[in-house]
Write a protein that binds this ligand. Structure first.
Ligand code: ADP
Length: 591
């Protein structure tokens, strides 16, 4: 590619060359014409002298030679002139070069021939040998001298040495050539400078435009002139500024969208028209449990066992189960005009929703079942009473006692359910106060000693010496500990020993309630705090349990920012460990 700079310089040089060529030729041609004219005048004048002062002066041609030699030439430049007189036959009869007639030169050039025919002729630029045999350029003029009748009598043939005029013309030519060369050099330099003033800013703009195209938006070109290039620079700066502004705006929009997408709890995937993934927020990878790899629409559909028929305008929700999770998937095609541009997929993890739903169903089933047993009892005995058992006072009393027990069970179930529901809805307000855990345990032990003694069981509490202050709702802590003690009583045989102890750790107080009862299998340990969970339903029911006791304990411990742990071995016994955070120190209590 030829750059503008060189094009401009070339144009400049061509222009100067043409000007120099035309003007040089003109000068040379006009000088040469002038020289010719001057030579012609001189030669005509000389020929006229010869005619007047030699031919007309002397009658005898033999005297012409002397006359020619004596001819005074007034013009100094005429020193390079030579004159010859030829008779009508063209023979030289006199010459200014020599008086020796034997060494006269003979002439038969076109000028001489023409003059012999009666017509004067001027010839220039002809090369001929001079008297010494040297070949030179001669300018010559032949003039015919006629008699009265008009017949040619003599021919005056004059010559001028054209060498000097040719040399001077050559000098002029070479001067013009040198001047042209100099002018071309100068024009080249000036052209280069001129071209640079145009091309330099264009080069700078081109470089900056290239950087701009590569994404380096911080481009600014200095405006150095007010011409078209200055305007171009100004337009470039405006364009760069607008581009920066637009790109920043687009980037900020993109960032905002990205923040929204990345922080959404729903997964969003976008595929292009070829099914190639173009965007996916992080949650998608967590939900689908895949690595951060490029996935295609087909791969995605296959993984979720879906097909392309799910992609419908408006989007129909499908629920898929994936590694124990439930995910609702909505596939929506997006298009510009009639062309399908791709597919947007929205993933929503509904596992928790499903779990809650399942729990709710299970809960309703459990409650119905728990109510069913005492209800059947009440209904059965009531019918027997109606059918006549009422008349037998003793039997009737037994039946009524059974009805009472069943009603008590229902009441207990209702109370427990109500408690749990209040914990769930946070209706149950806990009245926290600074209490000594040791005293609370002591109270519980005293309350349960009687029940335990019915099975001949012992409850021992290794009472710590120091008080253990916790922030507690005493009634609820009592409820929790009592639930655990009564479980130990229920699931331990006669004569069993229930041991209670309390110890202090860095930040907490831990209460241990251990029995040497039937214990629990390992797989049950993780589930005993679930509502209605029982290791052995029949045994629990027989013991008057409804599977809600430990669930309530868990809720109470959570409300106290504490925790409950279980250690148990089947056939050996169970230990429940309650952990309460220590109450903040209070001066009056600490004394
Ligand atoms: P329940 O009313 O059935 O006792 P809980 O929620 O109090 O309900 O206990 C849940 C289940 O945990 C019980 O059914 C029982 O199988 C088991 N369990 C609780 N405490 C003990 C214990 N000390 N020894 C053995 N099993 C226990």
């Amino acid at each position: 590619m030829v750059s503008i700079r060189w094009k401009l310089v070339f144009m400049y040089l061509s222009l100067v060359f043409i000007v120099m060529l035309v003007s040089g030729t003109f000068i040379i041609v006009s000088i040469s014409a002038q020289e010719n004219e001057r030579a012609r005048q001189e030669l005509e004048q000389y020929a006229a002298y010869i005619e007047e002062q030699v031919i007309y002066q002397y009658d005898d041609p033999s005297q012409f030679s002397g006359g020619l030699a004596g001819l005074v030439i007034t013009n100094p430049s005429q020193s390079n002139l030579r004159g010859h007189i030829l008779d009508k036959d063209g023979n030289t009869v006199a010459s200014s070069l020599t008086t020796d007639s034997s060494s006269y030169l003979s002439f038969n050039g076109s000028a001489v021939i023409s003059a012999l025919a009666g017509e004067d002729r001027f010839v220039s630029g002809k090369r001929e040998a001079d008297g010494n045999g040297q070949v030179k350029e001669w300018i010559s003029y032949a003039h015919s001298v006629k008699d009265a009748s008009g017949k040619v009598e003599y021919v005056v043939y004059v010559q001028m040495d054209g060498e000097s005029s040719r040399q001077s013309l050559n000098r002029v030519t070479s001067t013009i050539l040198i001047a042209s060369l100099l002018a071309l050099l100068l024009a080249g330099a000036v052209g280069m400078l001129f071209a640079n003033t145009i091309t330099d800013p264009i080069t700078v703009l081109t470089k900056k435009a290239n950087l701009l195209a590569r994404g380096k938006l911080e481009q600014h070109a200095t405006v150095k002139s007010n011409d078209e290039i200055g305007q171009l620079t100004r337009s470039f700066n405006t364009m760069a500024r607008e581009l920066r502004k637009n790109v920043t705006e687009v980037e900020s929009q993109r960032d905002k969208l990205e923040i929204v997408l990345q922080n959404m709890t729903d997964g969003v995937l976008a595929f292009d028209e070829n099914g190639i993934l173009i965007h996916a927020n992080k949650i998608c990878y967590d939900m689908l449990e895949i690595d951060d790899i490029l996935i295609s629409l087909d791969w995605f559909l296959e993984k979720l066992s879906l097909d392309r028929s799910c992609i419908k305008p408006g989007g129909k929700e499908r629920v898929v189960s994936q590694d124990g999770k439930y995910i609702s998937v909505t596939l929506v095609p997006y298009s510009a005009g009639n062309r399908l541009n791709g597919v947007i997929v929205v993933l929503h993890d509904i596992t928790r929703h499903r779990q809650l739903d399942d729990m709710r169903k299970e809960f309703v089933a459990n409650v119905s079942h728990e109510i069913g047993t005492p209800l059947t009892t009440i209904k059965g005995y009531a019918e027997l009473l109606i059918d006549g058992a009422i008349d037998d006072r003793e039997v009737a009393m037994d039946f009524l006692k059974e009805i009472d027990v069943a009603a008590d069970r229902m009441k207990l179930l209702r109370d427990d359910l109500l408690d749990l529901s209040r914990f769930d809805t946070k209706v149950n307000k806990f009245n926290f106060e600074r209490d000594d855990l040791v005293e609370l345990i002591d109270g519980c032990v005293r309350q349960n000693v009687v029940v335990a003694s019915q099975k001949n069981q012992t409850i021992t509490f290794k009472r710590p010496k120091k008080p253990m202050y916790i922030m507690a709702d005493p009634a609820r802590v009592n409820q929790a500990i009592t639930n655990i003690i009564s479980n130990s009583v229920k699931y331990s045989p006669e004569n069993a020993a229930i041991r209670i102890s309390a110890r202090e750790t860095d930040k907490n107080y831990c209460v241990s309630i251990a029995d040497n009862g039937i214990g629990m299998p390992k797989e049950a340990l993780g589930r005993i705090f679930e509502r209605f969970y029982r290791v052995d339903k029949a045994r629990s029911r027989q013991m008057g349990g409804n599977g809600l006791g430990l669930a309530i304990v868990k809720e109470i411990m959570d409300a106290h920012r504490g925790s409950i742990r279980v250690k148990s071995e089947e056939g050996k016994g169970t230990e429940m460990i309650l952990t309460f955070p220590k109450a903040p120190k209070e001066n009056s209590q600490n004394v």
